[in-house]
Design a protein around this ligand. Structure first.
Ligand SMILES: [Zn+2]
Length: 302
């Protein structure tokens, strides 16, 4: 059972929006692409889980936890009666090799070692569980989900599941005897209560409202080529249609994500959306979806 489903991280949402609205540096762009690729990999693991997992367990996806001053992330956690599976999911693509306990790309560039990430998360999770008063073994694995990934010279005893082994992993999990009782629910609830939604992101570029491109972007393809026709916003690039109200609300939420301190006013949102013809129309959408705080010219909403 899925107790916590995966959400796009705030960092990825912000970078996605900034990538549409300003020119990112090569380094920022690369960071954004990597985050996006990682997220796609996690989603593909989630869909395999839905397809292949038949046993009783509690699934927590995309947890950010903190123990003392150490923050750590867990991509996927399966709580079963006598084991907790901890998965670090990687969407690496292409040829890599393993040498002296490190990972290298085909062009000899050393990359962040996912096994170190895994063992850090495992150690911290184990300590958290001990703090709750439980000792339940953790089975931790790095899962490479991309079918086009190869790791040369990897020893056989590494805690790694390769794309060709994922089916077998689920078979093994399904064959375990597992009965979820109160204790497991307690562990899951406790971990959920410690989940941090808004972690601090140090890798975000600095940006100002003035420098960002304004306009509603297409829900489906991110294009700015939106035309308003009656109650619909139509994307001239991909044809995706969305109600004006939903497109405006999506834009308001994007504005709130980028500028959490700013007040939502109809003039601001009119400027932010560009394509909506009147302030009145924006006002109607805001009225429906937000609580009015004041009644002045600069009416704001929360
Ligand atoms: Zn589109």
């Amino acid at each position: 059972m899925f107790l916590k489903s995966r959400l796009k991280s705030i960092e990825l949402q912000i970078l996605n929006s900034l990538n549409n609205r300003m020119i990112l540096s090569e380094k920022e762009k690369l960071h954004f692409q990597n985050l996006k690729k990682g997220y796609i990999g996690e989603l593909s693991f989630d869909s395999l889980t839905k397809q292949l997992l038949t046993n009783n367990c509690i699934i927590l996806n995309g947890l950010t936890l903190k123990l003392n001053n150490s923050t750590f992330q867990i991509d996927s956690l399966f709580i079963m009666s006598d084991t907790i599976f901890l998965f670090e999911i990687k969407n690496y693509e292409g040829d890599y090799y393993f040498s002296n306990n490190d990972f290298y790309t085909n062009s000899n560039i050393k990359i962040l070692n996912p096994l170190n990430q895994l063992s850090r998360a495992e150690t911290l999770l184990l300590r958290l569980l001990q703090d709750f008063g439980f000792s339940i073994p953790i089975n931790a694995k790095v899962i490479f989900v991309n079918p086009e990934f190869t790791l040369y010279e990897a020893p056989r005893d590494l805690p790694i599941i390769f794309p060709t082994q994922i089916n077998h992993l689920f078979k093994k999990i399904n064959n375990k005897h597992s009965k979820i009782v109160e204790k497991h629910q307690f562990i899951a609830d406790k971990l959920l209560s410690l989940h941090i939604e808004d972690a601090q992101y140090t890798n975000l570029p600095t940006f100002k409202y003035e420098q960002l491109r304004k306009g509603i972007t297409c829900y489906s393809c991110d294009s700015f080529l939106i035309s308003v026709e009656g109650h619909k916003c139509i994307c001239m690039k991909c044809g995706h249609a969305e109600t004006v109200s939903s497109a405006v609300m999506r834009s308001v939420n994007e504005f709130k994500l980028l500028f959490p301190e700013e007040k939502i006013t109809s003039s601001r949102i009119l400027e932010w959306c560009q394509v909506i013809e009147s302030k009145k129309r924006i006002q109607r959408v805001l009225d429906k979806n937000f609580k009015k705080v004041g009644n002045y010219r600069w009416t704001f909403f929360e």
